[in-house]
Ligand binder design. Structure first.
Ligand code: GLU
Length: 487
């Protein structure tokens, strides 16, 4: 086995980069960065019907956004390329021929109809629907004449008939599969393309991969791959199968649970460091207390030995909390950059944002403060700062704005606020407090109605911040409007 640690992330470009894939990529990356090894990106695009450039570009962008740069692969180059499986067909052909000539693989001419009949028959007999190995021992001349006829065929692996295949998984310990459970699986399809299990072995061998770190859903492929390594007579990499990611209901994480693609989290305005930190904890823990890790901490602390074999649960609230923790440390200018696309999309500001609007957004972001956990929440938290009319929550308006003292209180407040110069907390606060005590009210009896008149909602940034950002004219107009609408 090569001493150098070389790991790979091998996505199929058939969809978005799912958080499960991102977590697998991250674990590979952390492991190899911790070990001083190499991270290889390989694109498994042999499913020609389902592979798309769009998906490939999306995966590359998502990996870059996560900060998981690769040492070898598309764009980066490297000694062991090409890194697209579709460009490596000559290699799969060569290795399939090696297996054929060693008698470890064979041509199979069974038609799809014959195969489905075989399966039906086995099912009727209550047996597993495996391939009956009909072509395993065809006479050489029969094979040759069918090949020269151009009879459609696949190449199958001659799986061992007895015994068992065992390997030491770094996460799961010793894993054993009885060989008779394993079919003479196809290694080259009738269109000449390799199957996943075959291509992955050829590539992992030729790319000198030392550790295969991937999702547990591939566990049942591993004995097949080990058999192929053995048949080729080459070293077997070490395996680490990381646990699946579930939704809160214990079923595999899917769109039903919420966002699942990295791109969606990016679009929602999550921060790279929060998503990376969160993903790192899906199946891995340093100890039972520490949760916040920078990328450098993760590199220093990550080990496969501490990856659990138990399924991980994706907790959206926890991710949001973590994002909020990282947001606290972001300079306001960064937050402004993050929220602008959301404000534009909601039509709350025009596009592009000019300096004046940007300065206003900065004040809004400052006022909203830590209530903004994820950038996309800006629209629900601050719409009233941008809209001309207030959208009152009906229940809040009914409860707070129809009180008998609101008319006179707002009228006095308007008069007193009108005279303030400057219009800031030092001048507003005494006015509000004096009015509360003159009218014999409790603070909330005035502040909450004012808040609803200005924002439409019971929940908003601090009332003085709201007033200062809105400015005197809009505050007076909104108090007036509320007074005339509800009283
Ligand atoms: N292309 C496979 C996938 O996306 C890679 C599996 C592996 O890492 O071996 O699931």
């Amino acid at each position: 086995m090569a001493d150098e640690v070389r790991v790979r992330f091998a996505p199929s470009p058939t969809g978005h980069l799912h958080v499960g894939g991102a977590r697998t990529a991250l674990f590979n990356w952390l492991f190899t960065r911790n070990q001083g090894g190499k991270f290889i990106l390989r694109i498994e695009d042999t499913d020609i019907e389902r592979s798309t450039d769009e998906s490939y570009n999306g995966i590359v962008d998502a990996l870059k956004w996560l900060g998981l740069e690769w040492d070898e692969g598309p764009l980066a180059g490297g000694e062991y390329g090409p890194y697209f499986q579709s460009e490596r067909r000559h290699l799969y052909k060569e290795y399939a021929e090696r297996l054929l000539s060693k008698g470890k693989a064979y041509y199979c001419f069974c038609t799809p109809d014959e195969l489905s009949e075989m399966r039906e028959e086995l099912k009727r007999q209550g047996k597993d629907p495996m391939y009956t190995r009909k072509c395993r021992d065809l006479a050489v001349d029969v094979v040759e004449s069918r090949l020269s006829d151009g009879t459609p065929h696949v190449i199958r692996f001659k799986a061992p008939l007895g015994g068992e295949t065992t390997f030491e998984d770094i996460v799961r310990g010793s894993v054993t599969f009885p060989n008779p459970q394993i079919d003479d699986f196809v290694i080259v399809k009738s269109n000449g393309y390799p199957t996943y299990n075959f291509a992955v072995v050829v590539d992992d061998f030729l790319m000198r991969i030392s550790h295969v770190i991937r999702g547990e859903d591939h566990l049942s492929n591993t004995p097949k791959q080990i058999m192929l390594y053995q048949a080729l007579g080459v070293d077997i990499p070490r395996f680490a199968h990381v646990p699946l990611i579930m939704g809160a209901d214990g079923t595999r994480l899917s769109k039903r649970h919420g966002a699942t693609s990295v791109g969606q989290f990016t679009e929602d305005g999550y921060l790279t460091e929060a998503l990376v930190n969160y993903l790192s904890l899906l199946g891995w823990a340093y100890d039972d207390r520490t949760e916040l890790f920078s990328m450098d901490d993760l590199i220093a602390k990550f080990s496969l030995e501490k990856v659990s074999s138990k399924a991980a649960v994706f907790d959206y609230d926890k991710l949001q909390w973590m994002n909020a923790e990282y947001m606290k440390h972001r300079p306001v200018e960064d937050k402004v950059d993050l929220v602008i696309p959301h404000l534009e999309k909601a039509g709350l500001v025009g596009s592009p944002v000019d300096d004046e609007v940007r300065a206003y957004i900065t004040r809004v972001v400052e006022a909203v403060g830590e209530r903004l956990k994820v950038a996309k929440q800006i629209t629900e938290l601050s719409g009233f700062f941008f809209e001309d009319t207030v959208d009152y929550e009906p229940e809040a308006a009914r409860k707070f704005l129809k009180r008998h003292y609101i008319g006179p209180a707002f009228k006095i407040l308007q008069e007193r606020l009108r005279d303030l110069d400057p219009f800031d907390q030092t001048t507003i606060e005494p006015v509000m407090k004096a009015l509360v005590s003159e009218m014999g009210l409790k603070t909330g009896d005035l502040f909450q109605p004012v808040r609803i008149a200005l924002t439409g909602s019971r929940h908003s940034p601090g009332i003085y911040d709201v007033m200062m950002v809105l400015g005197k004219d809009r505050v007076l107009a909104r108090l007036d409007k509320a007074r005339h609408t509800f009283v």
